[in-house]
Design a protein around this ligand. Sequence first.
Ligand code: HEC
Ligand code: HEC
Length: 486
Amino acid sequence: MIRRRATNTFSMDEFMNTIWNTSRAATLASGLLFLSTATCQGQNIPTTWDEAALASMQTPLRDPSRTPKHMSASDYNRIPALVIYRTYPVYAHGREPAGYLEQLRSVEPEIVFDPARLHSPEDWARAGELIFDAPTFFDDPAKSRTSPQWFPAAGVPIASDGTYPYSRYVIRKKGQIELGGNACADCHTKVMPDGSVVKGAQGNFPMGALNSQGLLRMAKLGNPAELLEKNVKPLLTTFFAAPWIRPDPAERLAKLTWEQVTDLISKMPAGVMLRDGTTFDAPPQIPDLIGIRDRRYLNHTGTHLHRTIGDLMRYSALAQGAELGSSWGDFRLVKEVPPFIRRYTDEALYALAMYLYALKPPVNPNHKDKQSIAGSIIFEREGCGNCHKAPLYTNNQLIPASAIGTDPELATLSRKGTGKYKVPSLKGVWYRGPFGHGGASPTLEDWLDLARLKGVGSRKPVPGHEYGLLLNPREKSELIAFLRTL
Ligand code: HEC
Ligand code: HEC
């Protein structure tokens, strides 16, 4: 299935490519490199594909017979490694230096990740940024459906230096400028209102807006209903497949019309992203990676334990393509890992994880004052601190979806269905949002608004997590003032 789509990619419409760029199959890449597990320059680099560690880091799914099992180490190590080329900024129209693209055309390809040159932990963390930025998908910028030419209409934020920091150009062949895709940076980068860039924060690339505009362009060109049935639905079905779940979400998808699909996609706010194994109508909030070192579970449903840096390396490998080789009981996404899939080397994953561990939050402009001190008392009085326990502002536990009462779909009706939601850390809520595992609440004010239970304006009801909803307006402001200092 995946392979058929891969060969189709370049003849598909804009929307398909946009979805494609966010998909597991987008791990299209090129190059080959070396295998590695060794100790490097005094760093003890864990083996990513340690079968025992992979098995023990996996949280059981609600139906434990469907808890994923991953491919063998020998199969994994046969996947060719991704070559990490130098990447270059993408500028907003009119903001690029004079002759920028001309100059890029004369640049030689350059392989930038060289573990032999890395000595101190700081060296590794710095090199990890190259991996974070490294695309695993390459496209012709003129033809790409996620081309910067569509960004202004979709409202893609521009950084103060004139760049779109979510995308990068890559030179893998002299004279050929490619647009990179599916890098960690695409989803995990935030442009703040003042134009500063916070890497690792909950991203704000408006993929929903970009996709829905692609759909509108498409609708003008051809027969949208046919395209929906032939291309969009099969892709979404595979992306979100969990055929053992009853009711099967694929049946719900099968009933959707073109208008309903467009509507669902256009409502996906920046900060929320389609991701493999979730569901098509409950995409997850992009988690903030700043502070990841202290988190015991990964993903909203806590699918993976995070015990060591090796676990974060394993998670990154799985999330960016290697899960294609996994099986959920008798269900597999593909018969074998398609030949175009690439993996990061162990050194690259180690550098990446060191980079993530070293991420620092932006400087918090919200200082402790009378109002926030009053809020901190309310926080403890209301029991928030039992779950969002200082100093991490999480107790690092999972809670049954039925107990927290929020939309149970992701935790129960998806391939990531552990039946539970993670208690998220509240650190950094001042610079992030939308909130909740599906990003259903745009602001903290909304999260604490009683009216959200029934739906505010045109928004769907946001059930559950009823803590603090009955506070009076002054207390709510104080509580929020406190949360913004974290
Ligand atoms: C297409 C967008 C996208 C890309 C590309 C992407 N991520 Fe994510 N990432 C997400 C989303 C969405 C989630 C939440 C998934 C969930 O909860 O099921 C997530 C979750 C995570 C988590 C779990 C964090 C937590 O606190 O639960 C980590 C760690 C992570 N990503 C790291 C990475 C790294 C490293 C890369 C690159 C190798 C990467 N991601 C690429 C969108 C993306
Ligand atoms: C019983 C444990 C528990 C208590 C008590 C609790 N929370 Fe939570 N909180 C959670 C869980 C679990 C989530 C994730 C829910 C989801 O997304 O489905 C969450 C999510 C949040 C979020 C969204 C964070 C994000 O990153 O999206 C905020 C904000 C929050 N809680 C604030 C509070 C405040 C303020 C209180 C007290 C008034 C409180 N919580 C009490 C468990 C708790």
